[in-house]
Ligand binder design. Structure first.
Ligand code: 3NM
Length: 231
């Protein structure tokens, strides 16, 4: 029985993170945004976010070269591994693999989930940005591990962002989609409880954390409101 248990544990627990896939804590999902961080080094911003309670970190730097992404990715991988935090790379399946990230986050115009899975191999997390019920259901059908739903509120952080979808879309998605869903877009301490109450498994933020003067304090405030509201 012991040997069997060991074998099962070996299959279920990922050797790189010690985490069980599908058992990721999406509560406070912090995305980098170097240009909003007031010149503070990326790795220090992320360190403070984790200290405040971030459970997932996503490297998302649209203006970085591949070389810069690899350098930042290695630093963030080292830090997140040390802290036991999930690490996701935006858009770039190649960079995610190169830096041994836990997974990749894909937009509607990026690689389809199946193709990303084929490249990444088993055991990696694939997230997809969705902006409607149809896209949410399609991402689930394609085998995404989690989805982003947004922009829930008005945000100017993303260049090509669409009109806010509102908390109602989070509620509708939560009622029909069974994979984890993370609300995103304009989420702050004063409105985070609404999205969690609507059924989101977590809140994803850029500026609420990375642009804050007190990064760990901002993360801690969000995290405590999320934990308090979760059903
Ligand atoms: N994706 P902030 S909204 C990166 O709707 C991103 O898919 C969105 O930044 C989506 O927390 C968004 O500063 C920007 O509003 C989130």
């Amino acid at each position: 029985v012991y040997a069997l248990e060991q074998e099962m544990a070996g299959r279920l627990v990922r050797p790189d993170t010690g985490k069980v896939p599908g058992r990721v804590d999406y509560s406070l999902y912090v995305i980098t945004g170097d240009k909003f961080s007031r010149g503070r080094p990326l790795v220090e911003v992320v360190r403070a976010a984790i200290e405040g309670g971030a459970t997932v970190i996503q490297l998302r730097e649209k203006d970085f070269t591949a070389r810069q992404l690899v350098d930042a990715g290695h630093q963030l991988r080292r830090l997140t591994r040390e802290k036991g935090v999930t690490f996701i790379v935006n858009d770039r399946v190649d960079i995610a693999l190169a830096v041994e990230a836990d997974g990749v986050h894909l937009g509607q115009d990026d690689l389809p989930v199946g193709m990303a899975r084929k490249i990444l191999g088993p055991g990696k997390i694939i997230g997809v940005s969705t902006h409607s019920i149809e896209q949410a259901l399609e991402a689930q059908r394609q085998g995404a591990d989690y989805i982003g739903v947004g922009p829930v509120f008005e945000t100017r952080t993303k260049d090509d962002v669409q009109a806010p979808v509102g908390v109602d879309l989070v509620r509708q998605v939560a009622s029909v989609v069974s994979i984890p869903k993370v609300a995103i877009g304009g989420i702050k301490a004063y409105n985070v409880e609404e999205v969690i109450a609507a059924g989101a498994d977590g809140a994803a933020v850029i500026t609420a954390v990375v642009a804050a003067e007190d990064i760990s304090g901002a993360a801690r405030e969000l995290r405590s409101r999320i934990d308090r509201t979760r059903r």
